[in-house]
Design a protein around this ligand. Structure first.
Ligand SMILES: [Zn+2]
Length: 284
């Protein structure tokens, strides 16, 4: 075995759920999308994909997000077997069924969301974490059903609810059925509100389309990570519709906070203590 081979495996990134693939295909260094500087991959990983040089937040997967927020990174998963039945028999550049299958293999998830229960600073919570790599974190019937069941479980067990969004919006391959999820989840959140329990929405890069237009903006607190793209329609469509040039930083967290659309912008490494404090405020 060569020096390189031995040391590559010893110094490589820690094995995560999709670990094997990452270890094989990625090197020891990665380039920050913010400052374009080369960062030691291990340093980047241990800093939860926040650039140690400029603070830019790169995307993290759903499972890593749960490890970040929950005590000891431990959680129980629900509805792992739910899968889309391809109700429209949809075909774009390839059949939806095939697309789903390749995404399942790439992410080891059945759809674009992990529904979990765990503890946050000792307090039981139900939490849904979206997976941006699964067809762009798009919301179809499975995402809608998993969130709705999670809300119902949180009501039954009287716990707080957290949803971490990372989504391109409704899943076009499920047409109107994906749009109906907006109403279904919103109605469940109404019942959650009537149960007088707190719902914290965490918006991460990107949160757009039907997700922004429904549950992502319905939290008792809506908080976002720095620099996240958050919006409904894309900027080009808006410019063409209103025939005006859009201001700089439009649809980024900081702009939305300034204009009263968010309650706070919280860096990733401060998210857990922030949410913990908020839950203490809501629940005593
Ligand atoms: Zn950077």
């Amino acid at each position: 075995m060569s020096w390189f081979k031995r040391n590559k495996s010893a110094a490589g990134p820690p094995i995560t759920e999709d670990g094997e693939r990452r270890v094989r295909t990625e090197g020891l260094w990665s380039k920050c999308e913010g400052c374009r500087q080369i960062v030691w991959k291990k340093e980047f990983d241990t800093n939860w994909n926040v650039c140690p040089k400029c603070g830019a937040h790169s995307r993290i997967d759903a499972a890593t997000r749960l490890k970040l927020l929950l005590d000891s990174g431990e959680y129980e998963q629900f509805d792992t077997g739910l899968a889309s039945s391809d109700p429209l028999g949809f075909i774009d550049s390839k059949p939806y069924r095939e697309r789903l299958q390749s995404m399942r293999e790439a992410t080891s998830l059945s759809d674009a969301l992990i529904s979990a229960a765990g503890k946050l600073d000792g307090r039981p919570v139900h939490i849904c974490s979206m997976e941006p790599r699964f067809i762009g974190g798009s919301m179809g019937s499975v995402v809608g059903e998993k969130i709705t069941r999670s809300i119902e479980r949180a009501i039954a067990r009287r716990t707080a609810l957290i949803i971490v969004s990372a989504s391109g919006g409704a899943r076009m391959q499920e047409g109107a059925i994906s749009l109906m999820q907006m109403a279904k989840i919103s109605a469940a959140l109404m019942r959650f509100d009537q149960a007088r329990l707190p719902y914290i929405s965490i918006l991460t890069d990107p949160t757009t389309g039907g997700v922004t237009a429904s549950y992502a903006m319905l939290g008792d607190l809506n908080i976002a990570e720095p620099g996240a793209l958050i919006g409904f329609a894309g900027p080009r469509v808006i410019e063409q519709t209103i025939r005006q040039k859009l201001p700089d930083g439009f649809q980024r967290s900081e702009f939305l906070l300034q204009h009263g659309m968010l309650d706070a912008v919280v860096p990733r490494l401060e998210l857990k203590p922030f949410v913990s404090k908020a839950l203490r405020f809501f629940l005593g």
